[in-house]
Design a protein around this ligand. Structure first.
Ligand code: NAD
Ligand code: UD1
Length: 336
């Protein structure tokens, strides 16, 4: 089976390409390399001793996108490509709408023209907005608190409309909780541009000496230790979730939505102490005021993914910390 992966050289995309090649899928990647390097895929090829067809193409370039589908006619598409920085989306909303929505509309159009109607889309737990309770189920109300989140929500609506317009479409929406860590080889991992916004890459960059101190955003939340609780999920578990979703695509119809998380929540301080215990590194930290838009606790109900995809996360917080550090320590300057 041939799978086309948009945004495949990025963090989650490269780990998913690795899992797909391990399962003997034929894989091609479209990426404009705006937030990644081709090195990630070179390394995936090295690990698996398999080839990936790479197309440096922007999804906004309809003509080139068509060419890719003429050359590599996939059976299904996994759509990761998109901009994902929440803060940046507030400053540059038009860029986010243009790239994320425009790119998805082009992709759907080209897929339709080539009669390819199997799609997996990367959504996010951000579509639950400020949830009233946890664990979060797929049928909880959706909303968005920033332009990035709104692009995910609009794309979800768009995909529902597309599958309602034509019963031959078969779409799976995966709502990721907090993907972290790296492949256990330490060869591929997360390599964000500039100063990381997210907790794990920030911690590993403090540990490697690139950043001096971790600022913890708030210790006055209504949680046992006052810091926010999140559902961190190992990126390799998440990547394997896509393999299971492809299995499901063969038998399902319409649009189906699944949470991909572990179902367990950990506070920032629990993450920090686990990281320090597993790696033996001391992480200097201080408490600062809350970050705007943060919810106090977010974690998934994983029942639907277990039941319908036959998937569950296997790796624990210690594995996530160990593997994130393994990649960072082997690659102190990321892929550079
Ligand atoms: P990433 O930035 O590492 O990967 C996204 C890739 O898409 C990059 O390689 C980038 O160069 C590419 N890209 C962006 N716009 C493009 C365009 N117009 N044409 C072609 N390529 C383009 O991000 P990631 O962490 O791997 O996330 C993958 C997807 O999962 C994104 O859609 C993101 O919104 C979603 N997601 C990520 C997280 C997370 O915490 N990492 C959580 C929930 C959802
Ligand atoms: C991020 C995204 C969100 C996405 C979610 C799931 C941002 C701002 N939000 O949110 O859109 O849906 O991942 O993938 O990127 N923290 C610190 N210090 C730091 C960094 C983070 O204390 O330097 C805290 C945060 O306040 C939060 C926790 O660590 O409580 C996790 O933060 P982060 O990794 O940014 O993830 P989310 O806040 O869940």
């Amino acid at each position: 089976m041939k799978i086309l992966v948009t945004g495949g050289s990025g963090y989650i995309g490269s780990h998913t390409c690795l899992e797909l090649l391990k399962m003997n899928y034929e894989v091609a990647v479209i990426d404009n390399l705006s937030n990644s390097k081709k090195t990630s895929l070179k390394r995936v090829e090295k690990i698996t001793k398999n080839k990936i067809d790479f197309f440096k193409v922007d999804l906004l370039d309809l003509k080139k996108l068509n060419h890719v589908f003429d050359k590599f006619t996939p059976d299904a598409v996994i759509h990761f490509a998109g901009k994902k920085a929440v803060g940046e989306s507030v400053i540059k909303p038009i860029e986010y709408y243009k790239n994320n929505l425009g790119g998805t509309i082009n992709l759907i159009e080209v897929m339709k023209n080539h009669n390819i109607k199997k799609l997996i889309f990367s959504s996010s737990c951000t579509v639950y907005g400020l949830p009233n309770k946890v664990p979060i189920k797929e049928d909880f109300p959706v909303s968005a608190v920033n332009p990035y989140g709104r692009t995910k929500l609009f794309i979800e609506f768009l995909l529902q409309d597309v599958s309602q317009s034509d019963p031959n479409w078969n779409i799976i929406v995966l709502r990721y909780f907090n993907p972290v860590g790296a492949d256990q080889s330490g060869i591929i991992g997360e390599d964000p541009n500039g100063i990381p916004n997210n907790l794990f890459p920030y911690i590993t960059q403090v540990a490697v000496g690139k950043l001096p101190i971790l600022s913890i955003y708030g210790n006055d939340y209504p949680t046992p230790d006052g810091t926010c609780i999140r559902d961190y999920i190992h990126v390799s578990d998440l990547a394997f979730g896509h393999v299971k979703a492809i299995d499901k695509l063969r038998k399902s119809s319409g649009t189906n939505t699944y949470n991909l998380g572990t179902g367990k929540g950990y506070s920032v301080l629990e993450v920090l102490s686990t990281f320090e215990k597993v790696t033996g590194k001391n992480i200097p930290h201080r408490f600062v005021k809350r970050r705007e838009g943060d919810v106090s606790a977010s974690y998934s109900d994983t029942t639907k993914a277990r039941r319908e995809l036959g998937w569950k996360a296997n790796k624990n917080l210690e594995d996530m910390c160990k593997d994130a550090w393994h990649f960072q320590s082997l690659n102190p300057r990321g892929y550079n």
